[in-house]
Design a protein around this ligand. Structure first.
Ligand SMILES: [Zn+2]
Length: 192
């Protein structure tokens, strides 16, 4: 998941503490909240698998570079900003609990499914970032396990500051840097 830069608000469990609900209440609420998000994500994942397109040859190699084991399983859907990536208001409200503003979500990985705003078509940095999330899903072994950890990370560190997001962003930057370097002309003098 990636969103445009925005000011981060207090995270979910700090907000729980502020309301006097405490860590125990947070941990009690957490599985029920995330379970509903997971149910939505599994449906959306199926939808992407059904209507998405396989990656082009070029993007298959980007996926391999990002550590994806099964790039051939990936399907990609570009949706208009009007359609939105999160199409269920109840899920949008749950994501807001984690300070995730759905209007700012511009791309989302759902195991081997990726949804991106059509306006970002061809944006390799964002695609590379999402492909790294795909690799993370593969390591977790299932959508459920990934999302259970992912939202715990968002609740604990705040969006964009946890290990999964840092790993995705760092690897996307490494990919872009490598691409940039590969394009540079070799200016060293010819060997004598
Ligand atoms: Zn992300």
């Amino acid at each position: 998941m990636i969103s445009l830069p925005f000011e981060t608000k207090p995270d979910f469990y700090l907000e729980h503490n502020r309301q006097g609900l405490g860590m125990q209440k947070f941990l009690l609420d957490y599985p029920f909240v995330v379970k509903r998000i997971i149910a939505w994500a599994l449906k959306k994942e199926q939808w992407v698998q059904k209507y998405g397109k396989p990656l082009s040859k070029k993007y298959l190699s980007v996926a391999r570079f990002m550590g994806v084991q099964h790039p051939e399983k990936i399907r990609l859907v570009h949706c208009s900003e009007k359609e939105g990536i999160v199409d269920d208001p109840k899920i949008a409200a749950l994501l807001e609990k984690f300070d995730l503003d759905i209007h700012r979500i511009s791309a989302l990985a759902l195991h081997h499914g990726i949804v991106m705003n059509a306006s970002l078509k061809g944006n390799e940095k964002i695609l590379a970032h999402e492909l790294r999330h795909v690799a993370q899903y593969e390591i977790c072994g299932s959508t459920e396990v990934f999302l259970l950890y992912y939202f715990l990370e968002v609740a604990h560190f705040g969006y964009g500051k946890g290990p999964f997001e840092i790993d995705a962003e760092m690897n996307a930057q490494i990919y872009m840097q490598r691409k940039k370097n590969a394009k540079k002309p070799n200016l060293s003098p010819p060997p004598n």
